[in-house]
Ligand binder design. Sequence first.
Ligand code: NDP
Ligand code: HSE
Length: 442
Amino acid sequence: MSTSFNPGKGEGQPVGVAVLGMGTVGTDVIRLMQENADAFEARIGGPLALKGVAVSDLDKPRPGVDPALLTDDAHALVERDDVDIVVEVIGGIDYPRELVLKALKAGKSVVTANKALVAAHADELAAAADEQNVDLYFEAAVAAAIPVVGMLRRSLAGDQINRIFGIVNGTTNFILDAMATTGASYEDALAEATRLGYAEADPTADVEGHDAASKAAILASLGFHSRVKFNDVHCEGITQISADDITAAAKAGYTIKLLAICERLTNEDGSEQVSARVHPTLIPSSHPLASVSKSFNAIYVDAEAAGSLMFYGNGAGGAPTASAVLGDLVGAARNKVHGGRAPGENTYANLPVADFGDVPTRYHIDMQVKDRVGVLADLATRFADAGISLRTVRQEEVERHEHARLILVTHQAPESALAGMVERLSELDDVQQVTSVIRLDG
Ligand code: NDP
Ligand code: HSE
């Protein structure tokens, strides 16, 4: 890591900015940068000067942007001498990785909203930034407008984080909320989230949980000072959640949310591990996360000294994301003018990532069983034999009494024990159907 002091250009000097991408986010970044130019100059100590905008289609109309600034050669733009800061809002992994590395190696600071890139390549990017003594900012990569990255990097740098969990994907929250509150179909809700600019260019990343998993990797890395990558995160999306699941959950007093859960785990010998996972989760409908609607995000942080903190706000969309990008841009530009660097990566704790099978979880199991005497006792014994304790068992009346509906809620047990139990249940004669298995929190 380079330790030389970055002296800065000096008060009043313009800071050259290149913006890569002018879609949902890039358009609002450029608009707000231009609308607030005077305020930004005052906050930075020198004016921001837009030097170029890289796009893929030069023929698209780009109102409010001087056509002379547009280019489809992003590689050349990031290396230009008059560019001090590169804002990457293209998306994807391989192509922006090339551009961001090239920019950092050329001594430009980088601001990116790209969680997929950061979750896959943070080590390499941070090393390149350190090498050149420049900044790498990515506030917008997690929960758009909610300043959770800065909060973990700076405000909570003096505390120990034990758990970070919450709703970090606006698109899936929008879909689940619409299905639950208006009865919208999954397809219609996804189309609307896409129209509103919340979804990724390929919304599979949202609905399969990959976007939330990237964010979980970033949060866990920052919170636990350990490198957690996208591939370390257990990830399940919402594509298997049906309207029936949502209705049944509501009847039982629960709401289904796609949660990212990052935890510090202590082993029996006192050593520590971290876990990061994303999956649909039942939470009591009285829990504050249950009332997070539309594309809003909310994140809880449990810290040793601070206690429990909750952050809530716009988790997707052009202007909210641009707010976070511009906050980073102002920070990076100040450092260009006055010298110094933002806090960088610190993975000193280097905690290993726990195997998902060892992570304690709880299951809510809804199933149909034969309506015969002793079936409940038999199932309870099987759970006990597997070392899984049941918290509640509810039997519901069903029409014509051909079978019984059983709803079991377990206490915490290792994920592998619970998953193994469900597999064995499905093979039992008494069990006609395991209708749904959803993890439960709170
Ligand atoms: P869009 O798909 O709306 O915009 C992508 C932009 O990148 C377009 O302007 C496109 O050009 C440009 N582009 C694509 N390929 C190239 C290329 N090869 N060279 C130059 N430009 C290219 O994406 P978003 O604005 O929604 O998202 C951008 C980033 O921000 C992503 O990483 C996303 O994850 C992240 N993000 C998005 C949020 C959101 O709510 N949308 C919230 C938080 C983060 P053209 O206009 O010519 O098609
Ligand atoms: N597609 C993302 C979401 C954008 O829906 O949350 C914000 O990161």
